[in-house]
Ligand binder design. Structure first.
Ligand code: NCD
Length: 307
């Protein structure tokens, strides 16, 4: 039985197959409408979410399956003190696959070790967010045309942003990617990630001002300042509007630069940028459904035979 804890759980050729499947799903949705007939997905979310939980649920429904679950710890037995291990043992009797989000790093991994069904890490604390990374890689592959040879700027909360941590790890397996980390000092990328970059001989630079580098980026990945992971509100308030991507800033970016964001956005991308053809974040959210459909099929080992 296979789980998904980190984007590195799949080899790059397995990822290619997953992305090919996601693209076929996008083109031929009807072909996949009954692959999961009679199957159930449990969404166990101990932390808030809109996109991840609903895109998982939409993915399962698009495949003909059903969904059950909870969207906050307070409405589950966690509120009574039940452990994640016990919860997953029980859910294994009710569902065929489970997507779990938890504020504690490693909680989905603990669940997977006790689970009778595949578990997907839907975000664990500030650690990893593998299905967002699959979404991001599919977006880059489709809109940039390839997963190598580009300069990517990651901007905002690089300290607490788990989407950034997962994405960097995943990109380190592809060739000739230059990383530009754009953050205030307080929200710098963690040292353990810098160590991984060095180990892999990746090229990177760290800057504070987006204006200084925007013109050389092929991809600009904006992120929200992760308020819920701050120790005090004062720091959050001081840093929350550090970056605001505006039309004027976009004037300096390449014609071909794609702007991504895992969403939710707060103030870091001005809404006027949404009409720019380079703004790709809503498209990215749409790809998230196809890639999760492909992932559910892959982990449940389901196939559709071509007629
Ligand atoms: C992200 C997350 O939960 O880490 N959202 C998402 O899943 N698309 C990003 C964020 O909350 O800022």
């Amino acid at each position: 039985m296979r789980h998904l804890m980190s984007p590195l759980d799949f080899t790059t050729s397995e990822l290619d197959a997953l992305f090919d499947l996601a693209c076929d799903i996008e083109k031929n949705p009807k072909k996949y409408a009954h692959v999961c007939d009679g199957k159930k997905l449990a969404t166990c979310f101990y932390e808030p979410s809109t996109r991840t939980r609903l895109s998982f649920e939409a993915a399962m429904m698009n495949l003909g399956g059903n969904v059950l679950g909870f969207s906050e710890a307070s409405s589950s037995s966690a509120a009574k003190g039940e452990s994640v291990s016990d919860t997953i043992r029980v859910i294994s009797c009710y569902a065929d696959i489970c997507a779990m989000r938890h504020p504690k790093e490693g909680a989905p991994m603990v669940a997977a070790s006790k689970s009778g069904i595949p578990v997907i890490n839907a975000g664990d604390g500030g650690h990893q967010h593998p299905t967002q990374t699959l979404t991001d890689l599919l977006t880059i592959r489709n809109l940039h045309g390839k997963l190598n040879n580009f300069t990517i700027g990651l901007c905002g909360d690089l300290k607490f942003g788990r989407t950034v941590h997962s994405l960097i790890r995943a990109l380190l397996r592809y060739d000739n990617i230059h990383f530009v980390f754009i953050s205030p000092d307080e929200l710098r990328i963690p040292d353990y990630i810098i160590d991984e970059l060095k180990e892999k001989n990746a090229t990177y630079e760290e800057v504070i001002m987006l204006d200084d580098v925007i013109d050389k980026l092929d991809i600009l990945y904006m992120t929200r300042v992760q308020r819920e992971r701050f120790f005090n509100e004062e720091d959050y308030v001081r840093l929350k509007n550090f970056y605001i991507l505006t039309k004027e800033k976009m004037d300096k970016a390449k014609e071909t630069c794609i702007v991504m964001h895992p969403l939710p956005r707060v103030n870091e991308i001005s809404v006027e940028v949404d009409d720019d053809p380079r703004a790709s974040y809503f498209k990215q959210a749409q790809y998230g459904v196809y890639v999760r459909m492909a992932l559910i099929m892959t982990l449940l080992e389901l196939e559709v035979k071509d007629a």
